[in-house]
Design a protein around this ligand. Structure first.
Ligand code: ZN
Length: 239
């Protein structure tokens, strides 16, 4: 069976503005994430303070097959180590080479979640965004996921050091996360944060909710994150 393997990268906005990375569709069984990103762009929700580079469907073969992994059975979100260990990660890393981003957002869905949550790897020199994002989701009337040691977060919770579970957020220590995934294969956001972006979050929409709600929570999350970033962007020189 032939599968689509071409990755679409789209650029929007004045290149002199700080650039934001928006990614979606790393897991093929999380289809509303890609459609949420398209919806955000089409609805004119991208904040004018920034330019944007977007990868709306990082795993087109998995999207077609409705699988988490790509057609070769690899989880692309564990393949951003070094120069990339999947064709998709290789293409993105090569294309992003020498680019620096003001922030990076990766849109996912958790098929088992009943509420929104995000992963926020914190670095000591950057403000946290996740609390504002969670607040916006709550204010919009959407549920937040309750997270516990039993909840499957895609990593071994008892081995990941310095992670903190909150209502709607997994707060990670970036250095610990990079160390944890170094031998297991880096996720997209960790790869971005290692060198290419000063801050980065992964948004998880609740896969058990309706299609429209899964789109809406991503809209709310991105809009609030961008408006918070716009407040600080003028105060910081581009990197
Ligand atoms: Zn995912």
């Amino acid at each position: 069976m032939g599968c689509a393997r071409t990755l679409l990268a789209a650029e929007v906005g004045d290149v002199r503005l700080p650039c934001i990375m928006l990614a979606a569709g790393t897991h093929g069984n999380e289809p509303a994430a890609s459609w949420a990103l398209l919806n955000i762009v089409e609805s004119g929700l991208l904040h004018p303070a920034f330019s944007y580079r977007m990868w709306p469907c990082i795993n087109p073969s998995g999207y077609e097959l409705e699988t988490r992994s790509n057609a070769e059975g690899s989880d692309i979100n564990r393949s951003f180590s070094g120069g990339g260990t999947t064709p998709e990660a290789k293409a993105i890393i090569t294309s992003n080479r020498d680019r620096r981003f003001f922030a990076s957002f990766d849109l996912h869905e958790d098929p088992e979640a009943a509420g929104f949550y995000c992963f926020e790897p914190a670095r000591p020199d950057q403000p946290l965004l996740g609390d504002q994002v969670i607040k916006a989701i709550d204010e919009a009337g959407f549920p937040l996921q309750t997270l516990s040691a039993e909840f499957d977060l895609g990593y071994e919770q008892d081995v990941m050091p310095n992670a903190r579970l909150e209502q709607g957020r997994v707060l990670l220590d970036l250095a610990s996360e990079l160390q944890y995934f170094q031998e297991r294969g880096l996720p997209f956001t960790a790869y971005m944060l290692r060198r290419a972006s000063r801050c980065g979050l992964t948004f998880e929409a609740p896969g058990t909710r309706s299609w429209d709600e899964r789109i809406s929570v991503q809209r709310v999350a991105i809009v609030r994150a961008l408006s918070e970033l716009a407040k600080v962007s003028s105060a910081q020189p581009p990197n």
